[in-house]
Design a protein around this ligand. Structure first.
Ligand SMILES: [Zn+2]
Length: 213
């Protein structure tokens, strides 16, 4: 039984005790019966074990600490003080209301103040928050605020565009609709030139005003 570390940002304070694997597999059998099928038939016999393994992948972000990932920074940047932008970071997440996929891409930028992180760390940061139960607005804030807290740069910008399968495959059935969220901090919030430069770099300069989370 592994314990999941508390995540202050998610609003939980006590460590959660994970149920046993067999208990999780039993829950999947219950859902198969709820769907109207027989979990004992041949094609479904190994499904609970597969689903539980898939959950380990889908929700691997609970076992990683984003602050730790970002903590190794480089300060030898030869005075580089321009915007650092990582575009089109594809992610898969799951909505916390229906537990179905949210698939999209994140654009992450910061204006360094002496310290920078390895570029792959930005993608890791997105993945850690994506691989949890999410709502897109919360994920946008978590990515931006963590980057801002750990790196203390002059500014941070995060834009996420994603399609929610709870909207495309059920409920209102609106395939093709995507949700765009953003969070701008520091210079990206206060300086419209910096913000515009970022939006141009991610190809959203003509997209009109973004709602700021
Ligand atoms: Zn949903």
């Amino acid at each position: 039984m592994a314990s999941v570390p508390p995540d202050a940002r998610a609003g939980t304070s006590a460590p959660l005790i994970r149920p046993k694997r067999e208990t999780a597999e039993d829950a999947v059998r219950t859902l198969i019966r709820w769907a109207g099928d027989d979990p004992g038939r041949e094609g479904l016999r190994d499904t609970p074990a597969r689903v539980v393994r898939a959950y380990e992948e889908f929700f691997a972000g609970y076992l990683e600490d984003p602050v730790q990932i970002l903590s190794r920074t480089f300060s030898e940047v030869d005075g580089y003080d321009e915007m650092i932008v990582m575009n089109d970071i594809r992610f898969e997440s799951h909505c916390e209301h229906h537990m179905v996929p949210i698939i999209g891409k994140a654009h992450v930028a910061y204006l360094p103040d002496r310290r920078v992180v390895g570029i792959s760390k930005l993608a890791r940061l997105v993945d850690i928050y994506a691989k949890r139960l999410q709502i897109q607005e919360k994920m946008t804030v978590q990515i931006a605020d963590t980057l801002n807290d750990v790196l203390q740069p002059k500014g941070v910008a995060v834009v996420i565009e994603a399609s929610h399968q709870c909207m495309t495959t059920r409920g209102v059935h609106k395939p093709g609709a995507s949700l765009v969220t953003s969070r701008m901090l520091g210079a990206f919030r206060s300086d419209s030139t910096t913000r515009r430069e970022f939006l141009t770099m991610i190809g959203r300069s003509g997209a009109g005003p973004l709602s700021n989370t």
